[in-house]
Design a protein around this ligand. Structure first.
Ligand SMILES: *Cc1c(COP(=O)(O)O)cnc(C)c1O
Length: 369
């Protein structure tokens, strides 16, 4: 029995449950040929230019990284026409969420998130003993009206996941504009745009002008994990006014973005062919999957990302188990409060074909859906 008391309330928080790693499924089920469509990783792999940069840097890994990620922040600032002081980096966007919560949340501060949204907001809010206020979804999307209505004297942060994970929907430019105008300026609005590169809806908001125009309470958060294919290196970043970002630099720890990640990030930004190819193939494969799901008579939410949320009904969990047995890892949405849905990453053409064939097979053998 451990005699040491942990942080008050920590035993009430469940740790983040990531998509099962491929190796774990191989081990547990004794199968060799396993694919992962669970964590919205890039089916094309890692940005080739980033890979080269990492290879060239391997010999330098005896050195500590630049604690300020100067070159990476400068490259981001140049790409998005911002000042370097308006850029913060982190150990993944998750790391940025953590520093934001550490820097701003006091006990009992309120944080507004949507139901069925990204769970990392909940975790760090809870760790800081903030109070989570959850607003209901509207048509599988975030309900900004409900989020506004939920604001109180104690509200500190509102997380707007746009596009939303796991529903893959967006909130639109006009809604966002009205929303930001109404949020009190002592409340931070975080636009988590982890998937913005994949969006093709012309009504998606451009949030960077808030930062350029020195709106102090808006933060725009992004990542190298998805379109750049660098999930394993852990690099996220956010834009905000220097005043907003300053406290985060205090808490983020001295070397939160490692040496290889920093050079990979700089190179990945220049790898425009890879980004274009990723987005292009994602769209082709998304259309193919839409048709395949329709053909199977399955309801799905139209996607603005590299994943699709599909409704399998009351036995969605059986479908998940059957897919696993067939070597396909996907993400059940039970933990997101949508137990009848599975979130499935848009994979390569071959992966998607295997997925659909396996689903057809499951359907013919079982009554799971
Ligand atoms: C994947 C994801 C992130 C986290 O990205 P990392 O940089 O890998 O930590 C953040 N927000 C959303 C909505 C995501 O889906």
């Amino acid at each position: 029995m451990l005699k040491i008391k942990q942080q008050h309330g920590l035993d009430q928080i469940s740790p983040y449950v990531p998509g099962k790693p491929i190796e774990e499924v191989k081990r547990e089920l004794g199968i060799e040929d396993v694919i992962k469509l669970a964590s919205n990783e890039n089916p094309l792999g890692a940005s080739p230019m980033a890979q080269k940069a990492v290879e060239n840097m391997l010999q330098e890994t005896y050195l500590y990284p630049d604690g300020e990620s100067y070159s990476l922040r400068k490259a981001l600032a140049e790409k998005y026409n911002l000042a370097i002081e308006q850029v913060v980096t982190g150990n993944g966007a998750d790391g940025v969420i953590m520093s934001l919560c550490m820097a701003y949340l006091d006990e009992k501060d309120e944080v507004i998130v949507s139901q069925s949204s990204f769970p990392v907001y909940d975790i760090f809010t809870n760790v800081m003993r903030g109070k989570l206020i959850k607003t209901p979804l509207l048509d599988f999307g975030l309900n900004l009206h409900a989020m506004l209505d939920a604001i109180t004297e104690k509200t500190k942060i509102i997380f707007v996941c746009n596009p939303n994970n796991p529903t893959s929907t967006i909130v639109k430019a006009d809604e966002v504009e009205r929303f930001v105008k109404k949020v009190p300026d002592k409340v931070i609005v975080v636009f988590d745009e982890a998937y913005f590169e994949f969006v093709d809806d012309p009504d998606f908001p451009d949030t960077l002008p808030y930062v350029r125009n020195h709106v102090d309470n808006v933060m725009v958060m992004r990542t190298f994990s998805k379109v750049n294919g660098l999930a394993g290196l852990r690099i996220g970043y956010a834009f905000g006014t220097p005043e907003l970002l300053a406290p985060m630099n205090v808490v983020k720890g001295p070397f939160s973005v490692n040496l290889l990640a920093q050079v990979a990030g700089v190179a990945a930004l220049k790898d425009e062919d890879f980004i274009k190819q990723t987005v292009y193939e994602n769209r082709q494969n998304r259309e193919w999957l839409y048709q395949a799901y329709e053909h199977l008579g399955l309801f799905f939410v139209k996607s603005q990302t590299n994943f699709i949320m599909v409704k399998f009904g009351p036995k969605a969990d059986v479908v998940n188990q059957e897919l696993l047995k067939a070597g396909i890892i996907i993400r059940p949405c039970k933990a997101y409060g949508l137990p009848e849905y599975l979130r499935i990453t848009i994979g390569s053409k071959e992966q998607n074909q295997r997925l659909i064939e396996t689903l057809e097979n499951i359907r013919s053998r079982t009554s799971a859906f």
